[in-house]
Design a protein around this ligand. Sequence first.
Ligand SMILES: NC(=O)c1ccc[n+]([C@@H]2O[C@H](COP(=O)([O-])OP(=O)(O)OC[C@H]3O[C@@H](n4cnc5c(N)ncnc54)[C@H](OP(=O)(O)O)[C@@H]3O)[C@@H](O)[C@H]2O)c1
Length: 261
Amino acid sequence: MTGAQLEGRTAVVAGGGGGIGSAVVRLFAQHGATVHALGRNRQALAAAVPPEFLDSRHVVPHTVDVTDEEVVHECLAGIHDTTDIHVLVSVVGVNVPNRRLGDLTTRDWDAILRSNLDSCFYLIHAALPALRRTSGTGIFIGSASAYWPNGSGAAYQAAKLGLLGLTRAASYDEHTRGVRFTTISPGLVDTPHLARRATPPSATARAASLRPEDVAGACLYIASLPATVHVPEMVMLPTALQAPGKTEIPDAPSRPTSPSS
Ligand SMILES: NC(=O)c1ccc[n+]([C@@H]2O[C@H](COP(=O)([O-])OP(=O)(O)OC[C@H]3O[C@@H](n4cnc5c(N)ncnc54)[C@H](OP(=O)(O)O)[C@@H]3O)[C@@H](O)[C@H]2O)c1
């Protein structure tokens, strides 16, 4: 791989201050892209970026709550006023500790669907004029739990499965204009996201999990494909820990082990 696959390209990365998101921002900037990083926490966005990249040629932070449709449209339109947008990435995702079906509240269901799925629609809609102009690419981070249920809970899995539906339909509608959408669905990735589980995975499981840089590398691969190639979906699992159909973490069960638990 050269260090300049995205030279001259502009990317928007929503969730750019998180574990996987900051790895995507860094890798894209290292490969020559100008990256507009979106997140609710400006400090997290700034902390995610090596200081030498915090300038308008490399990484530009934007304080945005992507569940606010109007704000998303304003932000994307503002970026598009000044530059083309070649790649849109959303790494935004949340879950709640009380995710078991019997514990899940309607409020949590709504919040998870809004953050993990509705926001992706807002981003796609807001970026579409720009992506059509560049025959650009949308990349969304889903979850392997959309393919094989695990302990991540009904709301999270419904949202991630909905994301597959959204990106499939978006590609169906837009491919003749050269616009492609890809969902990358990882298994366990060692990020701060894991500490928010009711039962966080053990140190052993975390050590065997995917790195944020692995997922960022997959994003770079998709973003660098020739315009004639479309990869709609990619599932990536940590070899020693998970396999197709077997995405539960063996030493840290997050589903009840007895009817009373
Ligand atoms: N870690 C895993 O094992 C794993 C496995 C499979 C899939 N995933 C998926 O991978 C993605 C990234 O996860 P991660 O592990 O890197 O988690 P993370 O560190 O918690 O990152 C999530 C990011 O989403 C941002 N975010 C959340 N709500 C937002 C909102 N309303 N507006 C703007 N930004 C928002 C957060 O930023 P602020 O809170 O600062 O706004 C944060 O930067 C998620 O979609 C997750 O579902 C993770």
